[in-house]
Design a protein around this ligand. Structure first.
Ligand SMILES: [Ca+2]
Ligand SMILES: [Ca+2]
Ligand SMILES: [Ca+2]
Ligand SMILES: [Ca+2]
Length: 332
């Protein structure tokens, strides 16, 4: 009878520890950021705390709209009249610091003549990438991106089309391996959405007016080798931004409502060559024209989650022995 009781208790402890050893919170790939602890509406409205993820294991960076800290006469908004500023912060240890977004030098004659640099995102809100988050567990890498570029790309009022970008990973943090340094690509859009390829060919920002410094943007799915499939969504987040382009005879845009999108992905580590814990890598996302870019340099893969037997078995054994010998001692 006593042993039946012992077995029952040990079984219950075993069950509880099994549940405790499961991943505490897996991300749901639904295009919503509540599972990251992020309130996107509040963040876009200017509340820095709303952008900060719940878990300290997440690497992250926020660069909504134009960096408000520029005052130099060499750094200017673009030709569209767009001048809205937003939060620029990134994770640093257990807290966060201000992120100074670089300016872009342009090949156009007007900017060259005056040594003017453009503030990102060049071309206005539709070209803005707002946020990048990275986390991982024993089996998967999780990435969330906030962007104003639709999954089908964007055509401006001069009929110029710009495509959205893919996720580029420089897994070994070595710029000499992979084209432009990026040996893994994850397709964010079109029919191959979620495809992971090793050593694909990357495209540079298109046209002479594109910003090459923000390369690469997309990869060719017919190049490199197939490495696996990620679960990936790219959806309207229903958190429109109201953007003021100003208004005059040359630029009648005025105030526009621009939608935001969330790209959320769950990538098997096996599709990325099973990176080991502690491995440092770089994550890069741009768009077809290179008008904006967002990067995490570097991210680090976390220690693997303890497997059940390594934690639970010794604890169960100790509890079981304690019960048996403790019970015997009281009898004597
Ligand atoms: Ca989610
Ligand atoms: Ca924005
Ligand atoms: Ca941005
Ligand atoms: Ca590399």
């Amino acid at each position: 009878m006593k042993y039946l009781k012992v077995i029952t208790i040990v079984f219950i402890v075993f069950l509880v520890l099994t549940l405790l050893s499961l991943p505490a919170m897996a991300y749901e790939i639904d295009g919503k950021l509540d599972d990251w602890g992020v309130d996107l509406r509040s963040g876009l409205d200017g509340n820095p705390g709303a952008w900060i993820p719940a878990k300290n294991t997440v690497d992250w960076i926020i660069e909504d709209n134009i960096d408000p800290t520029y005052t130099s006469d060499k750094a200017y908004p673009d030709w569209t009249g767009y001048s809205d500023t937003g939060i620029h912060i990134k994770k640093s240890g257990n807290t966060y610091v201000a992120y100074k977004e670089p300016t872009l030098s342009s090949s156009d004659w007007w900017a060259q003549l005056r040594d003017y640099h453009y503030l990102q995102p060049v071309g206005g809100e539709y070209y803005d990438i707002e946020a990048l988050y990275f986390d991982d567990d024993a089996q998967y890498v999780y990435i969330a991106i906030v962007t104003s570029m639709p999954p089908t790309g964007y055509t401006d009022r001069y009929d110029r089309f710009v495509d959205t970008g893919d996720i580029a990973i420089d897994l070994d943090a070595d710029e000499n391996t992979g084209e432009y340094g990026y040996e893994y690509g994850i397709k964010t859009h079109d029919s191959d959405r979620g495809m992971v390829r090793y050593e694909p060919d990357w495209s540079l920002p298109q046209a002479t007016d594109g910003f090459i410094v923000n390369a690469p943007s997309e990869f060719d799915t017919n190049t490199g080798t197939f490495a696996g499939t990620a679960e990936l969504v790219y959806v309207n987040s229903n958190t429109d931004e109201t953007v003021d382009y100003g208004s005059d005879a040359y630029n009648p845009n005025g105030v526009l409502t621009v939608p935001n999108y969330v790209i959320e992905a769950k990538i098997p580590k096996s599709a990325l060559g099973n990176p080991s814990a502690g491995q440092a890598s770089n994550i890069h996302v741009s768009i077809g024209c290179g008008n904006d870019v967002i990067e995490l340099i570097p991210v680090s893969f976390e220690t693997e989650i303890p497997e059940f037997p390594t934690v639970a078995m010794p604890v169960c054994a100790i509890l079981g022995l304690f019960y048996i010998f403790g019970g015997r001692h009281r009898k004597e």
